[in-house]
Design a protein around this ligand. Structure first.
Ligand SMILES: CC(C)(COP(=O)(O)OP(=O)(O)OC[C@H]1O[C@@H](n2cnc3c(N)ncnc32)[C@H](O)[C@@H]1OP(=O)(O)O)[C@@H](O)C(=O)NCCC(=O)NCCS
Length: 437
């Protein structure tokens, strides 16, 4: 990886390394220090040995690559030692569902922190530009992240591609469904999710545009094996949904917020449903739990069938609608060819890119189903021109090119081409990502 900035090459050294989870390995302390630095960067507590051991084991399963930036010279006496990185960054490769059952291996970026005393020195810029270039060199067409702030990543060509919201659902007397259940729900020991959760998520991942394959941590959290402090979370409960043939096709993990919390509330930890019926029946179950007056979920879809399945959609109080998945196209042609476009059409797209990775002009020819043909159209007059970040926002159909044109982010040279792009880029169900990373 390149050094953060030319003028910083003497001040900092950049190390990129695989996770070491074995405490007897001499390189373990580098990984442990890296995790402590991430906790510091996100204002979390100092981590104990149990947390470090579990976290590093999970990171190793995900084959994360860690990057640490270290001060090269002497550090002042009594300050954090030089082997604690002043900046952290990690990547792992996972698949992204790009619609119609197609997937695209993507470079997921996570754990981005720069210690406050070293901020605004170009350290993030150095780490991310080198990483994106490296991912493209490795043949990847897409990078993805979730952002702590909306103002950081647009300059690096990332665009918001999916959204989510928090909901509070009143499960009192007005919580009634229009239809009937079509399966059954049974309470299960959460530990069964260690096996069941990844299997079910694989089905859901295949069905859900915008879905990112999950990291190891998810099954541990859903099963109560690990809580925020690294210890088992005994408050986690779980229930499974069975279809008419008795096959498990959904689960929910949830926890009671306590008798001091009024109204009495159940909080969803994870809800994964591989069919529409499973999704609604799991909500029926949550709504039927005695003594509970409301259910909260912090990762609900914005376009939620629950609202349309209830007699009174106002049982759902929605708050904090927010961006979730940010995408970054690394190779425009490969990213477009990875998708399926559901209508036929012809579109010349001109893409600009502050980092030059996705830049160019391409003609997209779709016959409405089969893979599109994308050809270099350098020199051809474009129908639409946009920044790479805006193409990333359009990519999963969750942001309309018509809206982007109205915002002045996208230029429509051929009248009606933004609407044509909207039709071309639509996917079979609203894009939603259930995986935070
Ligand atoms: C966000 C963070 C990683 C930035 O690191 P940094 O090394 O200070 O960033 P850089 O110096 O490389 O800045 C690169 C550019 O981004 C801009 N920038 C950096 N952080 C920004 C922020 N939070 N909001 C707006 N712009 C930001 C800089 O002004 C600079 O712009 P320029 O190149 O156009 O001049 C760092 O402030 C941090 O650790 N924050 C707390 C943890 C966090 O939120 N991490 C992100 C998790 S998704």
């Amino acid at each position: 990886m390149a050094d953060p900035k030319e003028h910083n090459t003497e001040k900092y050294s950049v190390q990129r390394f695989p996770v070491v989870a074995d405490r007897n390995d001499a390189a373990y302390s580098r990984s442990a220090n890296w995790v402590q630095a991430v906790s510091h960067g996100f204002h979390q507590e100092r981590r104990d040995d149990e947390y470090l051991a579990k976290t590093l084991a999970a990171y190793q399963t995900d084959q994360r690559e860690l990057t640490g930036v270290y001060v090269t010279g002497e550090v002042p006496g009594h300050s954090l030692p030089a082997d604690v990185p002043v900046a952290t960054y990690a990547t792992m490769r996972k698949s992204l569902n790009v619609g119609f059952g197609r997937t695209l291996e993507s470079n997921l970026i996570t754990a981005v922190t720069v210690r406050g005393t070293h901020r605004r020195n170009g350290i993030l810029r150095g780490m991310i530009t080198a990483d994106l270039e490296g991912a493209k060199d490795d043949g990847l067409a897409m990078a993805a992240l979730t952002a702590s702030e909306g103002s950081i990543y647009g300059r690096f060509g990332f665009g918001v591609a999916t959204f989510e919201r928090s909901i509070t659902v009143d499960t009192g007397p007005r919580f009634r469904f229009k239809g009937q259940p079509s399966g059954t729900v049974e309470v299960a020991d959460p530990s069964v999710l260690l096996d069941v959760a990844p299997q079910l998520f694989a089905r859901v991942h295949h069905l859900s545009p915008g879905s990112v394959d999950r990291q190891e941590y998810y099954r541990l959290v859903a099963s109560g094996s690990i809580g925020q402090d690294g210890k088992p979370d005994a408050s986690v409960r779980s229930a499974l949904h069975y279809d008419a043939s008795g096959t498990v096709d959904g689960y929910v993990s949830y926890r009671f917020k306590g008798w001091d919390h009024k109204p009495f509330t159940m909080e969803i930890v994870d809800l994964v449903a591989a069919s529409n019926a499973a999704y609604l029946d799991l909500w029926r179950f949550l709504g039927s739990i005695d003594l509970i007056e409301q259910v909260t979920w912090a990762e609900a879809p914005v376009d939620d069938p629950l609202a349309w399945a209830l007699e009174d959609p106002r049982c759902i109080e929605s708050s904090d609608v927010r961006d979730m998945l940010w995408l970054r196209i690394l190779d425009t042609r490969a990213a477009l060819e990875a998708r399926s476009f559901p209508v036929s059409g012809h579109l010349v797209l001109q893409v600009t890119d502050p980092l030059g990775l996705a830049e160019g002009t391409w003609v997209l020819e779709s016959d409405g189903g089969a893979a599109a043909v994308v050809n270099d159209a350098t020199g051809t007059a474009p129908d639409l021109s946009m920044d790479a970040a805006d193409l990333a926002s359009m990519y999963l159909g969750a942001v309309s090119p018509v809206t982007l044109a109205a915002a002045g982010r996208l230029s429509e040279h051929t009248p009606g081409s933004a609407f044509r792009a909207q039709q071309l880029f639509t996917v079979e169900r609203p894009a939603h990502c259930l995986t935070h990373f």
